[in-house]
Design a protein around this ligand. Structure first.
Ligand SMILES: C[S@@+](CC[C@H](N)C(=O)[O-])C[C@H]1O[C@@H](n2cnc3c(N)ncnc32)[C@H](O)[C@@H]1O
Length: 140
């Protein structure tokens, strides 16, 4: 069994957030979106929640692929959310993607989502069981 290597929970250093936002994750992020589309071909409309959305590259790709969907991206890092806001504006998708600067463990959505996605978050969470077994009330 591999030992778990926990990273600091939030990427809230502005330089670190900017470096992450500038890194090229096109192959990984588009692959994530392509797998979602392959696994759930009937999911063409509804509300998708992205837990730990970072600079929102995956929600932007999903929004382009699923034009009838609304998305909410959640990230508790203020600098990461600022970068995500800039990316949404540049993509012209600020109307369809809502951002929330909150910890996923404690957030409550006004309207439950129809689907939840998450990429590269679990290794930041001190208690990953909250991620796998305990979605907070009102998320799904
Ligand atoms: C490695 S990045 C992944 C970002 C994005 N999902 C992607 O694939 O590009 C992990 C993100 O999760 C955020 N994060 C970590 N713990 C969190 C928590 N408890 N609640 C909300 N966001 C969290 C970090 O601030 C960071 O932006």
């Amino acid at each position: 069994m591999m030992p778990r290597v926990l990273e600091p929970e939030l990427m809230d250093d502005p330089e670190q957030a900017l470096a992450y936002a500038k890194a090229d994750f096109e192959e990984e992020n588009q692959g994530f979106v392509d797998r979602f589309l392959e696994c759930y071909p009937d999911f063409t409309e509804g509300h998708i929640l992205d837990l730990g959305c970072g600079p929102a590259d995956i929600p932007i790709r999903l929004a382009r692929a699923l034009p009838k969907c609304q998305l909410t991206g959640v990230d508790a890092s203020p600098p990461m959310i600022r970068l995500a806001e800039e990316a949404l504006c540049a993509a012209g998708l600020a109307e369809r993607i809502t951002l929330r600067c909150e910890r996923v463990q404690t957030m409550v959505l006004p309207v439950p989502a129809d689907a939840a996605i998450s990429n590269s978050l679990a290794h930041h969470l001190p208690n990953p069981l909250q991620f796998w077994y305990g979605p907070p009330a009102g998320l799904l």
